[in-house]
Design a protein around this ligand. Structure first.
Ligand code: SF4
Ligand code: SF4
Length: 706
């Protein structure tokens, strides 16, 4: 009688039956894993609340898109495709891994539903999957050892990298694939030699190749290889399972949950404490994050889920100009802290202050809240909420940079960061030439304006930016919009006060503005400031719908209500710079571009970093008052990007971008070669207007032309 190959369950090892041995091994492996994970979960249980249980269908859809569909990975083509391949391989091989573990206990185990045609197809797919994952591990190791992509590097100030750890993990996964393949190949070679029905192996797959190598190997050796491969496979599987929670590979376990519970609403900032209303905030003992345990459980889950791929930091403008901030290390340092203070054995350490401990003050103030890091992260890890929370903690301790103290005081006392008089807020409407061509009324509930132009502080008070205000007003007027402003009743939107951690100041500004807006009786709001737009849209409640002026212009141009003259200078090449709070945070990318493309004869180029990868110009709001340590200004880098794209005019749609870019043009020595203009100014300049006689005006003057 021809003897078949013995399965791992049938063999007796050291006086123990295979079945009993593998029951013990499986139980031990699982017990270790659950013990380790329970230890890792301890800080999450101690962490602050976070409400992530709403909109389950939306969350499931995002899991399908970002986790299963690996949506963001191809943004980095080579690494992304490799990740998609080995992720798909892992998903396919998960069933195989489960079947193999059971096989040690029940020798003839076949997963229900996996026999017949379906099983045959699965066998082919899994053989190729194991081969692809094996090859991907080799390519990934070669990339790390030979090519060393810059984004994996660890700058000296952040400690040391862990390349050996990364390669060790890649080697373990490759070993898992090899042992699984050898297990099958040795069995197939055995069956071939014995003339038994041979298990199908997909041609050119790793198991198929190994089978061909082993085809003449003596039967006892094949039997040993079969059992040895099984042992290695089971031990490697459980070692990997238990080792992953000690490093970056923990994301294999946590990423699904991290994506499911990811933040859903763009442009928003988390409340000071989930579950505590504004009215009860005075009962909160301490604001913001001061110790690790002040982070919410979801923010801690973020720390565990980071794959250390470095994409966030590579896109971070603060990191690019040498500010002491690299978002990746915000996570890595917190994760290291958690591992250290919540050890596997012994009790957890007491919360020590994070600022001055693992983070520096400058690091946390350096962020412009541009959102590039969050846009890039394939695992939807958030940074802005954490940074705002850390700032709230510092503000709560009275720890605010010197240069920010004056504007913050002025915001409190005068409602604008410049300390200017409230009654001067509408001065920009009063210049003779402007008021002759465009009458701007103040909405007060008695006026019959249906649209509010929310101007905000910089456009109201800054001499240069007032031009944007006047251009906006003229455009609204030309479009026939019945609009007005709040004038002295308007205060700063508070957008950046909130993002600088001054929550109570923000609330006071918001409440004042909401009352004024409600009293005005308007049904729509328009603004030319993306920061005000973001605040009104996301931070304010119970106010009429808001639009950015670029959206209004786009609609009016497309409907034919506004017509635009051709550009005068055919040599000008325009590049549009996406303001972070219009683009990334609110997804308004096309409207400003459509407006530019509607200007006859306008030549437009795109910078390499555009749309959702736009490079922040240096930040707006209070960031204008902060002087970070940096090697180069972000604005200068941005202006250079425009020059490299072949542009000589940068168009933006934000007064803060205008400050930074105009300043950067001077610093970069590009005066005379490069200019900057706001979209509203450009449209105002190109507007086809009725002849002056029809208007009854002697002269129409544009600030831009003046
Ligand atoms: S929000 Fe912008 S500046 Fe802040 S860490 Fe992220 S990429 Fe860097
Ligand atoms: S936070 Fe996201 S993008 Fe940044 S290193 Fe971690 S996984 Fe990569």
């Amino acid at each position: 009688m021809v003897e078949g190959i013995q399965s791992p369950a049938q063999v007796t090892y050291w006086l123990m039956t295979g079945r009993s041995l593998f029951v013990v091994l499986n139980l031990l492996g699982l017990a270790c894993f659950f013990y380790i994970v329970s230890k890792r979960m301890t800080p999450l249980i101690r962490g602050e609340r976070d409400w992530r249980f709403d909109r389950p269908l939306v969350r499931l859809e995002r899991v399908l898109q970002f986790w299963l569909g690996q949506w963001k990975h191809p943004r980095y083509r080579t690494a992304g495709i490799m990740h998609i391949l080995f992720f798909a391989g892992f998903i396919i091989l998960a069933t195989q891994a489960f079947s193999l573990l059971i096989l040690g206990i029940a020798g003839n185990f076949v997963l229900p539903g996996s026999s017949g045609e379906i099983g045959h197809i699965y066998d082919i797919v899994k053989d190729y999957a194991a081969t692809i994952v094996f090859l991907c591990m080799i390519v990934a190791a070669v990339r790390r050892i030979v090519f060393k992509p810059a984004r994996y590097a660890v700058p000296a100030r952040y400690g040391k990298g862990h390349p050996v750890d990364a390669i060790f993990l890649l080697a373990l996964i490759a070993l898992l694939m090899a042992s699984e393949s050898l297990f099958e190949a040795s069995k197939a070679a055995f069956q071939t030699q014995q003339g038994q029905p041979v298990e199908f192996l997909a041609a050119l797959s790793l198991p198929w190749m190994l089978k061909n190598v082993l085809i003449s190997t003596p039967l006892p050796t094949l039997q040993t290889l079969h059992l040895g491969a099984y042992f290695v496979d089971v031990l490697t599987f459980y070692f990997l399972l238990c080792y992953r929670p000690f490093g970056i590979q923990f994301h294999v376990e946590t990423s699904l949950f991290n994506v499911y519970f990811a933040k859903l609403d763009r442009g928003t900032v988390k409340p000071v404490r989930w579950g505590v209303t504004d009215e009860h905030l005075d009962q909160v003992k301490s604001f913001g994050v001061k110790t690790f345990e002040d982070f919410t459980w979801k923010h801690m889950l973020d720390f565990y889920s980071c794959a250390d791929c470095g994409r966030c930091s590579e896109q971070c403008p603060a990191n690019a100009v040498g500010r002491p901030l690299s978002p990746r290390f915000i996570t890595i340092k917190a994760r290291d802290y958690s591992f250290q203070h919540y050890p596997m054995f012994g009790s957890a350490g007491n919360g020590t202050p994070l600022i001055g401990g693992i983070y520096s003050e400058d690091e946390i103030w350096s962020c412009t809240t541009c959102g590039a890091c969050e846009e890039e992260c394939p695992l939807l890890i958030q940074y802005i909420d954490k940074i705002v929370d850390l700032r709230r903690g510092m503000v709560d301790d009275g720890n605010v940079p010197q240069s920010l103290q004056k504007p913050l005081k002025a915001l409190e006392s005068r409602g604008n960061p410049y300390g200017k008089m409230e009654k001067k807020r509408a001065e920009w409407t009063k210049s003779k030439e402007f008021s002759q061509t465009c009458a701007v009324k103040t909405v007060d509930g008695k006026s019959n304006a249906d649209t509010l132009y929310f101007v905000d502080s910089i456009t109201s008070y800054d001499d240069r930016m007032q031009s944007i205000g006047r251009a906006t007003a003229r455009i609204l007027d030309a479009a026939g919009v019945n609009f007005g402003i709040l004038g002295a009743a308007e205060k700063d939107s508070g957008h950046d006060a909130r993002r600088f951690g001054e929550e109570t100041l923000f609330m006071a500004l918001r409440d004042h503005n909401v009352d004024a807006i409600k009293a005005s009786g308007v049904q729509h709001i328009v603004t030319s400031d993306p920061h005000a737009y973001n605040a009104l849209k996301h931070d304010y409640k119970d106010v009429p719908p808001v639009e950015h002026i670029s959206q209004v212009i786009c609609r009016e141009v497309k409907s034919g209500n506004l017509k635009l003259d051709p550009v005068e200078n055919a040599d000008s090449v325009y590049a549009y710079h996406d303001p972070c709070y219009l683009g990334r945070h609110n997804q308004v990318y096309d409207d400003p571009r459509d407006v530019l493309d509607a200007i006859p004869g306008l030549k437009r180029v795109e910078m390499d970093r555009c749309r959702d990868r736009s490079f922040c110009c240096g930040g707006g709001g209070l960031m204008l008052f902060y002087e970070p340590k940096e090697d180069q200004r972000m604005g200068v880098k941005r202006v250079q990007m425009a020059a490299e794209a072949g542009a000589n005019v940068i168009v933006t749609a934000c007064p803060f971008c205008m400050v930074n870019i105009e300043d950067a043009i001077k610093v970069a020595g590009l005066e005379g070669k490069m200019t900057a203009i706001d979209l509203a100014e450009l449209v105002d300049k190109q507007l086809v207007r009725p002849a002056p006689a029809q208007l009854g005006h002697d002269k129409l003057t544009s600030d831009v032309l003046a």
